[in-house]
Design a protein around this ligand. Structure first.
Ligand code: HEM
Length: 438
């Protein structure tokens, strides 16, 4: 019997040695095994990082060039916002204003909204321009063609009589949404949707705890998406997820983190988002004991930060986002649907998109990249007039609608289904469905 055991042990050692050249030493020295496995995990992580961070359609970037470096000196040196400067719920935009790529006031001309996000982050113009047009028309100054990245912008001589817009911070359920990556829900934080909630940030931050090569890539952000969606569902009786602010913006706010904050290098041409870079963009500092602190308005582009490469195949387009959304839907299907809680926590009820769009789009279409891209533009064309008409703009309404069509129509594939009858009554079935409340 004893002979049998020792023969079996010998066989095991020989087999292990054949499989792995380090096996004999590992069997004698467990700490060697641990070090060896950690090294392996690290090189697997690096290989995975190379694979996962890539351009549209999962095609890896082939080039890295030092001209991807973003200047953070001279006119673009970081400065804290002054007392009258506006900052809000979007860390990417706050950082642009803090570095003078946007006016430091936080009031942004429509075209600068698109060009600066393209040049500094590699967000494609066919994505940034619609976002900037939408901001101008639903939260901005529709006559002066500017919008605020934070609260209400100052009235100017060109502003409409009823005032310039409320800015991104005042755009709940129009632009800003519940279930954001780091900001709190409107109802849970008495309308403060601009401040980062450190608990939420920490949930994301800790997803790469003890990783040999921390990287907040899309897979990690999808895990975080599950957490943020469930968190709103389980804690906010008024949780509401709108056809544009929720399905498009709040999900994009998750995918933008790996797609646009990652740092690129010769070693990582496809980008790597490490802890330091993540904290810098989110205005977070970490004490020696690991405590995280947030300083509102202190979002910063790190030194030696290289954006993704520019050019049609590299920039982040609505089509790139549509592909990322399919991956989100595979893990968090509800996050790719319109709906909300019905006054109690954990009562999320979806609405068929067909009822909202007069049958032009259905909920399942949101998981079809070609149809989602159509939806992205068509929902903008349907929603903006809906919001504009509720604002009694008088004679400014016609020019606002002209602006909408002149900027968005060129991006729209004529084969896309149009939303001729947008029906916003679904929102009244949800206690959290009203604009700017509860
Ligand atoms: C004109 C372009 C843009 C507009 C109008 C815009 C607007 C917004 C809005 C309204 C939100 C709040 C979303 C929500 O409530 O869930 C948001 C969040 C966010 N945006 Fe932007 N954004 C733009 C470009 C960018 C860019 C270029 C980046 C990255 C480089 C970015 C990164 C983010 C992130 C990470 C969040 C989530 C913040 C959090 O929850 O803590 N955005 N943005």
């Amino acid at each position: 019997m004893k002979f049998l055991y020792s023969s079996a042990a010998l066989l095991l050692v020989t087999a292990a040695q054949a499989l792995c050249p380090y096996a004999e030493r590992a069997l004698q020295d467990p700490s060697f095994l641990k070090r060896h496995l950690e090294k392996q995990e690290s090189s697997q992580d690096e290989a995975a990082n190379e694979k996962r961070q890539s351009g549209p359609g999962g095609i890896p970037f082939t080039t890295f060039d030092k001209n991807q470096l973003i200047d953070v000196t001279g006119d673009h040196a970081w400065k804290a916002p002054g007392p009258n400067d506006l900052r809000g719920p979007c860390p990417g935009l706050n950082a642009l204003a803090n570095h003078g790529y946007f006016p430091r006031s936080g009031v942004v001309p429509l075209t600068v909204g698109a060009t600066a996000t393209n040049q500094v982050y590699g967000l494609a113009i066919n994505f940034g321009l619609p976002l900037s047009v939408y901001a101008t028309l639903v939260d901005g100054d529709v006559v002066g063609d500017t919008w605020s990245i934070g609260g209400k912008q100052p009235q100017t001589v060109t502003s409409p009589i009823l005032g310039a817009g409320d800015g991104l911070s005042g755009s709940h359920n129009k632009y800003e949404s519940d279930a954001s990556p780091g900001r709190g829900d409107y109802y849970l934080f008495n309308g403060d949707v601009s401040s980062l909630r450190v608990k939420k940030f920490k949930a994301l931050y800790d997803l790469q705890k003890n990783k040999p090569v921390p990287n907040y890539n899309l897979d990690v952000l999808i895990q975080h998406r599950k957490y943020t969606f469930d968190d709103s569902k389980n804690t906010n009786p008024y949780f509401f997820f709108e056809p544009f602010a929720g399905v498009a913006v709040a999900n994009a706010a998750h995918t933008f983190i790996p797609a646009l904050f990652s740092n690129h290098s010769t070693q990582y041409p496809n980008g790597l988002l490490d802890k330091q870079t993540l904290k810098s963009f989110f205005a977070i500092t970490e004490a020696a004991d690991g405590t995280l602190s947030y300083k509102p308005g202190y979002e910063r582009i790190p030194n030696n930060w290289y954006r993704r490469p520019l050019g049609a195949v590299n920039e982040y387009t609505p089509a790139s986002f549509a592909q990322d959304l399919v991956k989100i839907a595979a893990v968090v299907p509800e996050a790719v649907s319109v709906g909300g809680n019905t006054g109690k926590v954990n009562s999320f009820t979806g609405v068929d998109l067909g009822d909202i769009t007069g049958g032009a789009y259905h909920t399942t279409d949101l998981r079809n990249p070609t149809k989602f891209v159509c939806y992205f533009y068509q929902i903008t064309l349907a929603l903006v007039p809906d919001f504009l008409r509720s604002e009694a703009l008088g004679s400014a309404l016609g020019s606002a609608l002209n602006l909408l069509h002149s900027k968005i129509d060129p991006f729209v594939d004529p084969k896309c289904a149009k939303i001729a009858n947008y029906n916003d009554t679904f929102a009244s079935k949800f206690p959290g469905g009203a604009i700017g409340q509860p």
